[in-house]
Design a protein around this ligand. Sequence first.
Ligand code: GRF
Length: 207
Amino acid sequence: MKRIAVLVSGGGTNLQALIDAQKSGLITNGEIVSVISSNPDAFALKRAADNNIKTTVLNRNDYSSNREYSKALTKELKEDNIDLIVLAGFMTILTEDFINEFENKIINIHPALIPSFCGEGFYGLHVHEKALDYGVKVSGATVHFVNEECDGGPIILQKAVEILPEDTAESLQKRIMEECEWKLLPQAVNLFCNDKLEVIGRKVNIK
Ligand code: GRF
């Protein structure tokens, strides 16, 4: 059984999708044992507590640098013998040391089709505003392994939705969450937990 930690900073709808998938048996061979938030007011903490999952707040404001913060996070994750770290709306940049420590064990969900509309500054509604401003006809979500480049790690799964003429950033965000993110993230976690993901250079082979 793989021990999963989910790192959050906000509402936690992706965390909820993982909890629901675990309960309904869509995730096998894995258990969410820890939810860590960089924000003490994150609603995601309530979702975890309501489901009897251990919660920890590591407030970024209590640490002088990303380095110190990443060290504290590493300690917490090691103590809990975590096998898989899921970034689900986690708003703090992690250091290279952290990423190396947990190589190919950290996955992130991004609300666009990487390599479009990603990287520094592309978070929240901005992602969808940029996609609409550019005039793309499809957007979607990507689950990827985390490496030292922001949103640049090997891609595990992607799913697209069509952009509708009447879309706003809000409507697009909602559709991408409902139709892509909440489905892809549990699928990717399940594949990881069942040792179905093989990383070869930039590519992820699904066995
Ligand atoms: C999601 O759109 C996710 O793709 C991005 O941050 C958002 C988090 O939303 N990385 P939630 O906290 O899971 O509701």
